[in-house]
Design a protein around this ligand. Structure first.
Ligand code: C5P
Length: 311
């Protein structure tokens, strides 16, 4: 195939996620915890534009504090591009332009979305033709949430969160997200959970080595019923996130007073996700939170995973 067959630039969009349910079990020797989680991809996106280049470079826009996003190998999108090149024997490089909308260190998998988008974009740009299975494998090596950002929709994640099974979800769920200017460190929140469990005797037994998602969560999703889902949303990382950032409790209470069915810390936080009964109510909740000075966004899920917008 001639080089002319490959595009000069590829634009890929990947979604942020909410953990509708997140159960955390024991910490394994590799530092990762056993999880049982339900991800839902929501309509807040990262855009990655990949352009052919001799070297690997990165630019980022859409963030209030540019210093909060590394432009070197600490950046997951950069690591994704290099991993794909190594895995396929590709010898050129790429410039990745990342346009961020998902909050940085917000518990919504923004960095994972960048990595998933970079994999899909570079694969199309370089014509490396990775199979979906191989793509999933590389994604899982980059981070526990990266495979979900590739697949999108609603899915159950077990293992480290990277073993995915699609979950049936009927209709659309309306969420209001309240973001915070200052992020939280995911490893720090997991460690805080371990310390809290050890100190408080919060668990009668040792944390389990493998966990399941409660059937009630799957039934609520399948029924497309926000009331049932609101009743069983849960996050084991909420306690350590609240210990680290007690003001999140005020945000949860404000959203409930404004009319949300339920509010939960998303992933390791600090973003708070409110489930609302209808799009109209979500709009009202968003307005009310914005009037009281919060940064509130109305999104919906499920939406698809990383996909090519143009090439
Ligand atoms: O895989 P990812 O880079 O998203 O994980 C970030 C950190 O979150 C890990 O280094 C680990 O501290 C924590 N983590 C965990 N157990 C998981 C997923 C993440 O302890 N299943």
């Amino acid at each position: 195939m001639s080089l002319a067959a490959f595009p000069e630039a590829v634009h890929v969009r990947a979604p942020g996620k909410i953990n509708v349910y997140l159960g955390v079990g024991a910490r394994h020797d590799d530092g990762y915890h056993a999880l049982a989680t339900v991800f839902q991809a929501v309509s807040l996106y990262e855009d990655v534009i990949a352009r052919a280049d001799d070297d690997f470079s990165l630019s980022v826009s859409g963030v209030a504090d540019p210093a909060s996003v590394p432009l070197d190998d600490r950046n997951l999108a950069m690591r994704a591009a290099k991993l794909l090149a190594t895995a396929t024997g590709y010898t050129g490089g790429v410039h990745l332009e990342i346009r961020k909308s998902v909050p940085v260190a917000g518990g919504m998998g923004g960095g994972s979305a960048d990595a998933a988008a970079a994999l899909v974009a570079c694969d199309a740009l370089w014509g490396t033709g990775l199979s979906p299975h191989r793509m999933h494998e590389l994604a899982a090596r980059l981070g526990a949430d990266v495979p979900f950002a590739l697949h999108g929709g609603t899915a159950v994640g077990t293992g480290r969160g990277d073993q995915l099974n699609p979950a049936l979800a009927r209709g659309r769920f309306d969420w209001v997200l309240v973001t915070s200017d200052e992020g939280l460190s995911t490893p720090a929140i997991y460690s805080r959970l371990d310390v809290h469990r050890a100190e408080s005797g919060a668990l009668a037994d040792d944390p389990p080595l493998s966990l399941d998602v409660p059937i009630t969560v799957l039934q609520a999703l399948r029924a497309g019923d926000p009331h049932s889902l609101a009743a069983c949303m849960y996050n084991d990382l909420e306690v350590p996130a609240l210990l680290e950032r007690p003001t999140l409790d005020d945000i949860i209470n404000e959203g409930l007073r404004a009319g949300a069915l339920s509010g939960i810390v998303s992933g390791s936080g600090p973003t708070v996700a409110f489930l609302c009964e209808t799009p109209e109510i979500a709009q009202l909740v968003q307005n009310e939170l914005a009037v009281s000075g919060r940064t509130a966004l109305h999104v919906h899920g499920p939406v698809p995973g990383a996909r090519i917008i143009s090439a």
